[in-house]
Ligand binder design. Structure first.
Ligand code: SAM
Length: 229
């Protein structure tokens, strides 16, 4: 979709991960691929291991105080953040993917979508040495109260939700304003497409009436009902 020059806004994501290959397929498909092709979105995945100073290429170590698992060391993470920041302007807003972060909601997505550049830090193993958080003071984001194996899928969730709000990424700009959570607590009405009848379940008559006012009223009622429920 063409966007007037004045309204043109782009966003760049720099993803710092130990598994950049996870993003190969994701960036090559569907809306994101189109958005990259049209220059509205950039996604760069960087391997934090490339910045380790350890001769065995290690990026993790055992936790002080004991306990299970391994912790991501501060040095490769901080060096990679600084090196990646230097690769482009402006400086990116640093976002740490962590189950301990603030919950990702549509409001948070809207705020993130205002940024021209986001650096998404993806943890692995037992997570980050806490000094990374103390030194970078990142925005800490959780996609929900559960634990994933790594920050890559949470980072994809952030990218997926944020790019919908960049003008021109969706075919129809109303798609993003007229959907669930665009207004706090509001859910979208049910949608139907052809055929009119499927396995004995009919499309509500009102949607076939051609009466736009009646359709709008029905949708509002359905949206209210769903939201209240
Ligand atoms: N030991 C950590 C804890 O109990 O909080 C969990 C570490 S988790 C196995 C490894 C990495 O996955 C985290 O550092 C984080 O980057 C990512 N991650 C896991 N669950 C997440 C969530 N709900 N939201 C955002 N990131 C998450």
């Amino acid at each position: 979709m063409d966007v007037p020059i004045a309204a043109r806004r782009t966003i760049r994501f720099d993803v710092l991960t130990l598994f950049p290959g996870i993003f190969d397929s994701y960036v090559g498909q569907s809306l994101l691929a189109d958005a990259i092709e049209s220059g509205l979105v950039q996604v760069h995945a960087w391997n934090m291991r490339d910045w380790t100073l350890d001769k065995h290429q290690r990026v993790d170590d055992r936790p002080f105080g004991g306990g299970p698992g391994m912790v991501l060391m501060a040095q490769p993470v901080l060096d990679s953040v600084e090196a990646v920041q230097a690769k482009a302007e402006p400086l990116g807003k640093v976002v740490m993917m962590t189950p301990a972060g603030e919950r990702l909601t549509q409001r948070v997505v809207e705020e993130l979508a205002q940024e021209p550049r986001l650096l998404l830090l993806c943890g692995r193993y037992e997570g980050f040495d806490d000094r990374i958080r103390q030194i970078l003071n990142p925005r800490e984001i959780s996609i929900g109260d559960f634990v994933c194996n790594g920050g890559e899928v949470p980072a994809m969730v952030v990218i997926d939700a944020v790019i919908r709000l960049i003008p021109g990424v969706l075919g129809d700009e109303h798609s993003a304003t007229d959907e669930s959570h665009s207004e706090a607590g509001r859910l979208e009405y049910p949608q139907f497409t052809r055929p009119r009848s499927f396995r004995g379940v009919e499309v509500p008559e009102i949607l076939l009436s051609g009466n736009h006012a009646a359709v709008a009223k029905w949708r509002q009622e359905q949206s209210d009902k769903r939201s209240q429920k």
